[in-house]
Design a protein around this ligand. Sequence first.
Ligand code: AMP
Length: 239
Amino acid sequence: MRVILIGPPGAGKGTQATRLAEKHNVPSISTGDLFRARTKDKNDPLGQQIKAIMDAGQLVPNEITVKMISERLDQPDCKNGFILDGFPRSVEQAESLDKMLKEKGIKLDGVIQIGVDDDKLVERISGRFSCGKCGEGYHDKFKKPADPHQCNKCGAKEDPKDPEASIWKRRSDDNEETVRGRLHTYHTQTAPILPYYDAKGVLKVVDGMAAMDDVTRQIEDVLDPKQGAKTLAPPKKFG
Ligand code: AMP
């Protein structure tokens, strides 16, 4: 299973990539996660340069991104496949990926666009947070933890009297201003890869505004129409 998920920030790429990866026993590779890991060390100049770019909602330069992905795809856990979440994000990256896959003798099974309405995205993204221990995702409005001081999934608990010790994490680029910048970057730089893949006949569109489980079913269906749900609505047009 070798699949690319494409969609604006907040489309649910991460959630769907994790689900697909678990089901097919392949790694889900998020360039955003790889970059965030790199920004943790305050003494790493490249990491701090990447953090500044991410906080501005811009794209990390291609030389860094393409090399990082190429090295990641060479890891043994990618032997049976991978789900790419957040890469490629420009036509130049898509061309580099084509070249890289050809050199590695790898063929893609599908490119999936998770379509969403822009207006809903800012609300969706700016309410996101996750458990600092297990990474389970939550939302201020749509998916609150049952107990505001405890993670539903791993049970990690915080002391309500000590906000410094919060178990919850929010991404520094999930604030409204940066989200608008990230959306602008998506429309100007990433969206042009949709016609690029459409022209190759590999692009499939699913409706990312549907409930999470529905989106998963739609993805299964477009990847393998024999196995997936049979109740697919015709694909909508997303910008
Ligand atoms: P994400 O977690 O996918 O929303 O990505 C967060 C940020 O990481 C983006 O806003 C970019 O600054 C950077 N980033 C992630 N993927 C890429 C990529 N393929 N090319 C360049 N920058 C990226």
